[in-house]
Design a protein around this ligand. Structure first.
Ligand SMILES: Cc1cc2nc3c(=O)[nH]c(=O)nc-3n(C[C@H](O)[C@H](O)[C@H](O)COP(=O)(O)OP(=O)(O)OC[C@H]3O[C@@H](n4cnc5c(N)ncnc54)[C@H](O)[C@@H]3O)c2cc1C
Length: 290
């Protein structure tokens, strides 16, 4: 299908983009930001949304790229998935993000789709929310009144719903460095190059033969990405073994509210998440060199 007609603007700076959002939303128009268009365009083509104005962030160079910022790495919202997946800083300090991003869709989608666009879209089956939650990412959101930072636990507010308001822009995401942590993203799909039925991201740090740090995030086990804190607590301080990991992984069901759909019912997902958590944690431990 062809989208309903809309007016289009492609500002060259964040300030101009914010001004365009403020101008059109205060005039009562329905305004939508477009980043890579990989989620928005299908929505427009199916006429599930018909904005009067579309503000394209594609010309704003300052929204692209990955930089080192001391104890965190910072990923610009308009950085394409293909760049994030191949970036050496991401690989070194946030390996879980690199691993999860490499599983998103196919090469074409990864070339156009953006890190910030995927997180702002907040699809519970999206692959980037669980790593963001597990690693304690912070979301930098700009508005005409200034910039604010929102933690991952508050950023995802519901199904396709985030803390970004309609006149704001997600500009960058700060990810605390997890240097030296092993990582693995275990994704269970019905068909290749698609969103998971369930997925689990795990990152661990081994010190003196014991698990000194654990970060585990769950995809598609609720209306938002979840952090599996019960699993993390069960792992901390333990010497890695099959039994320790199996016992900890069984706790991945705590606090989840998985959907039931054509790909699997909620009970199936509850079983799946324990299996995938065990696999993800074991692989992350192996990746950490233990
Ligand atoms: C065939 C196919 C397969 C896919 N498979 C997967 C998959 O396996 N795993 C996965 O995670 N994803 C998958 N995706 C989605 C893909 O990751 C998209 O890149 C992503 O969901 C949206 O990113 P985008 O840059 O294209 O955003 P857009 O589609 O341009 O925007 C998405 C939404 O976010 C808003 N938005 C975008 N950027 C900002 C910003 N900076 N500030 C505020 N709001 C913003 C837009 O207004 C819109 O509502 C798939 C997509 C396709 C087409």
């Amino acid at each position: 299908m062809i989208p309903a007609s809309f007016d289009y603007v492609a500002p060259g700076s964040i300030e101009e983009a914010l001004a365009a959002l403020a101008e059109h939303s205060s005039a009562g128009d329905d305004v939508k930001i477009i980043a890579g268009g990989q989620s928005l365009l299908p929505v427009l083509r199916m006429r599930l949304n018909a904005p009067e104005w579309v503000v394209d962030l594609g010309r704003i160079e300052s929204l692209r790229g990955v930089r080192d910022d001391g104890d965190a790495i910072v990923i610009g919202a308009m950085t394409p998935h293909s760049v994030v997946a191949a970036d050496p800083l991401v690989a070194q300090h946030a390996a879980l993000v690199a691993r999860a991003t490499a599983t998103v869709a196919d090469e074409q989608v990864r070339h156009r789709g953006t890190f910030g666009g995927a997180l702002a879209h907040a699809d519970p089956a999206g692959d980037l929310g669980a790593p963001a939650r597990a690693l304690g990412a912070e979301f930098v959101i700009a508005g005409t009144g200034g910039t604010r930072t929102v933690g991952a636990e508050d950023f995802f507010q519901g199904l396709f719903e985030t803390a970004i308001t309609e006149d704001e822009i997600l500009t960058e995401v700060r990810i605390p460095k997890h240097t030296g942590w092993g990582a693995h993203y275990e994704k269970f799909v019905r068909v290749a190059h698609q969103w998971p039925i369930v997925a689990v991201g795990a990152s661990v740090r081994i010190e003196g033969g014991a698990i000194a740090g654990a970060a585990v995030g769950l995809t598609n086990m609720g209306s938002t990405p979840l952090r599996a804190r019960a699993v993390e607590h069960a792992l901390l301080g333990q010497r890695p073994s099959q039994d320790v990991v199996r016992t900890a992984a069984a706790r991945a069901v705590e606090g989840v509210e998985p959907p039931s759909d054509l790909n699997g019912d909620a009970d199936y997902r509850r079983h799946l998440v324990t299996v995938l958590t065990r696999r993800a944690v074991l692989a992350a431990i192996a990746d950490a060199g233990a």
